[in-house]
Design a protein around this ligand. Structure first.
Ligand SMILES: Nc1ccn([C@@H]2O[C@H](COP(=O)(O)OP(=O)(O)OP(=O)(O)O)[C@@H](O)[C@H]2O)c(=O)n1
Ligand SMILES: C[C@](O)(CO)[C@H](O)COP(=O)(O)O
Length: 237
């Protein structure tokens, strides 16, 4: 198995409903370029590592070419196979990667286009932790706050123990064949790849990520993401 290759799949076919705005959030410009361009840069910085980097967009997408002007470069794929759910976009993207020559034992790192603050060192940490694991795993974050259960009227009714709780992030890294099988079996109900793997009785490895690797989801998240990106630019200047 040591000759397995590594692929990257970036689901980029969402509408960004919760973020509001006139365009899908992954195409909003932050700190000089689109969110998905920042996301792609983190993987391009490790280009030698990957046999292929694919971005999954909707079949009728008209914005990706502007958002990613020099894409696809060699070893990169634009896959116009996005579906109605994230799970469908990932499933279709994996099937397309298989058609482009990716093998069932090759690894895939699935990463949200909307998680534009991921760093190359976080990606490398995930690979190092998972590449010899039988299952694979994901970046995840321990909870920093007290965890409440609410009744329907938004009143706290219970406080849960949190030592065993994690927030799932991406990238999530699994064998392409295993992940595609699991996603085909489970359908569109899962919100991440690890959930699909759990449904086939396996336990993905939780690899500590960073609070900065948050998913831009709500309108207020754009300003925070841009501040972090600008701070990093300044630190490198
Ligand atoms: N049908 C979909 C839905 C989501 N995504 C992608 O999955 C990632 C994470 O999803 P999320 O934050 O839920 O994005 P949206 O579905 O766009 O957001 P919302 O639910 O607010 O509409 C994003 O990069 C998004 O583009 C996708 O490729 N295909
Ligand atoms: C995959 C994910 O980013 C893990 O946290 C997340 O589940 C996707 O977003 P959604 O809002 O659950 O669709």
């Amino acid at each position: 198995m040591s000759s397995s290759r590594f692929y990257v799949l970036i689901p980029c076919a969402g509408s960004g409903h919760r973020a509001g705005g006139v365009q899908p959030k992954q195409y909003r410009r932050l700190a000089g370029q689109s969110m998905v361009a920042h996301t792609l840069d983190a993987f391009r910085a490790l280009a030698g590592r990957f046999a292929g980097v694919a971005v999954v967009v909707s079949p009728d997408d008209r914005e990706v070419q502007t958002a990613l002007p020099r894409f696809p470069a060699t070893g990169e794929y634009l896959l116009r196979v996005g579906g109605l759910t994230r799970a469908a976009s990932v499933r279709n993207g994996l099937a397309a990667l298989r058609q482009k020559g990716a093998g069932p034992h090759d690894w895939v790192l699935v990463h949200d286009a909307a998680r534009c603050l991921v760093t190359s060192s976080q990606i490398e940490a995930l690979i190092a932790a998972c590449e010899h694991d039988a299952v694979g795993g994901l970046l995840a974050q321990r909870l920093a706050d007290t965890l409440k259960v609410s009744s329907t009227d938004s009143r706290a009714t219970q406080t849960l123990p949190r030592a065993d709780k994690w927030l799932a992030q991406t990238p999530q890294m699994f064998r392409i064949g295993m992940l595609l099988d699991a996603l085909e079996r489970v359908g569109d109900v899962v919100t991440d790849e690890a959930s699909a793997i759990e449904t086939i009785g396996l336990a993905p490895l939780l690899v500590p990520g960073s609070a900065q690797n948050f998913k831009v989801t709500f309108p207020e998240d754009f300003a925070l993401a841009e501040a972090v990106l600008l701070g990093r630019k300044k630190a490198m200047a």
